[in-house]
Design a protein around this ligand. Structure first.
Ligand code: IZC
Ligand code: ZN
Length: 411
């Protein structure tokens, strides 16, 4: 039989973690569906076949071949929670926090979310694009090929639209999934008029951004938005075709996990203060629990989400960076995997599942990316490692050797 032509063959992966496409919970999270001496055939940006190098070479001839020489090959990493678009940084706040300053003291000294809001409002789209573009390139260098990105530093209709247009126009080496987060904080001009701000989000902002976003998210937290306000906003979003996501139970338990389950949110994120009832609710709704342990690490204090409890209860767990200038100034997902292992006792296999296939499902991309399967986008990473455990083990060191994005070797 003549060999079929393809554009690219990736061959001799010592361990090829194919994962598999469905969202995973419990013991399934440890099944990496590894192929030894694996190979991937790629045509027009898509994966057409996966198998052993011998089998794939006998079926296909390629214009180009990438020899992994025995290295680990995985799906491109998916970051399901970032605030990638912002203006200015907050290292002064970082130092104040290390010296013991409280959230209120930081806000009064001109820090916090609202300080980034001021700078984003003053910025043009071109300014925001210029700041964000190099971050995308660096994310790719750390192995991330898809990322969710939230608005939420505009807090007026025009500025939220501006942020989401920036996400749309970034069109860089990383695929982006846009989320509207108009309810990230109550802006200064609405201080003491929270209900009016919630009205504005529901009646004006959501219709204005509906075509630019895939998800609607709310910072449901004590002192920010209540569960009832969050419900109103998420329902209004649903009415305009935006699927719900939620920042839930980060610092205090306010019933965010139960709300996320109730509105059938795609994901509930943070969950450091989740209750047993909240865990049961997420399990029954199939909502993905997105763990952001980099935030716990960076804020200090040693408080992490109960990842083991969630996994044992059968809730699908994903990992994200929460990249933002306040509480998590990194998009290094392999480092997040190390923190997940050492601080939350996730196993390396669970961490890989959480940062690939489950992360893809947490941002509505599960049918497109997150695993190495026929039909999916050809997004792959070749690592300077022979074993999947080596990546979270050799922590803080960038082991990415090559990145294949949409079938092209981009790194
Ligand atoms: O800019 O501080 N927690 N939102 C919720 C953030 C942190 C982002 C920020
Ligand atoms: Zn966040």
């Amino acid at each position: 039989m003549p060999k079929k032509p393809v554009d690219l063959l990736v061959v001799h992966a010592g361990q090829l973690l194919t994962m598999h496409g469905a969202v995973r919970a419990g013991a399934e999270m440890s099944d990496l569906a590894t192929v030894p001496d694996g190979a991937v055939a790629i045509r027009r940006g898509r994966i057409v076949d996966v198998g052993t190098t011998g089998a794939i070479r006998s079926l296909y001839r390629a214009a180009e071949t990438l020899n992994a020489k025995g290295a680990l090959v995985t799906p491109g990493l998916v970051d399901p929670h970032t605030h990638l678009v912002f203006m200015g940084t907050r290292e002064q706040e970082f130092e104040m926090r290390l010296r013991g300053a409280s959230y209120m003291e930081i806000a009064q000294a001109g820090g916090g979310i609202l300080s980034t809001v001021e700078r984003v409002r003053a910025a043009s789209k071109a300014d925001l694009l210029r700041e964000a573009r190099p971050r995308l390139r660096r994310m790719l260098e750390y192995g991330t090929t898809t990322a969710e990105v939230k608005s939420g530093y505009g807090l007026t209709s025009a500025d939220e639209v501006k942020m989401l247009e920036v996400v749309r126009d970034l069109r860089g080496p990383v695929d982006l999934v846009p989320t509207f987060l108009g309810a990230h904080e109550v802006p200064r001009e609405y201080k003491g008029r929270r209900e009016e701000y919630v009205d504005l989000v529901c009646r004006e902002m959501i219709p204005a951004v509906a075509k630019l976003a895939k998800f609607c998210d709310v910072f449901c937290e004590a002192g920010v938005f209540t569960a009832e306000e969050s419900r109103r906003i998420l329902e209004a979003g649903k009415g305009q075709g935006l699927a719900p996501k939620l920042h839930a139970e980060e610092f205090e338990n306010t019933g965010g996990a139960e709300l996320a389950a109730d509105v059938r949110a795609v994901s509930a994120d943070h969950l450091m203060a989740i209750s047993e009832n909240g865990i049961r609710a997420l399990k029954s709704s199939g909502t993905v629990a997105v763990m952001l342990p980099g935030t716990s690490f960076f804020l200090g204090g040693g408080r992490y989400a109960p990842a083991r409890r969630l996994i044992e209860a059968g809730v699908p767990v994903a990992l994200g960076s929460d990249f933002n200038p306040g509480s998590s100034m990194t998009f290094n997902l392999p480092l997040i995997m190390s923190i997940a292992c050492t601080q939350m006792r996730m196993t390396p296999a669970e961490a890989w599942c959480a940062a690939t296939v489950n992360a893809a499902h947490a941002c509505g991309m599960g049918s497109e990316v997150g695993s190495i399967e026929s039909g999916k986008k050809a997004d792959l990473v070749v690592w300077d490692a022979a074993d999947f455990r080596f990546v979270p083990y050799h922590y803080g060191v960038n082991l990415v050797r090559n990145v294949v994005k949409h079938g092209r070797i981009v790194l």
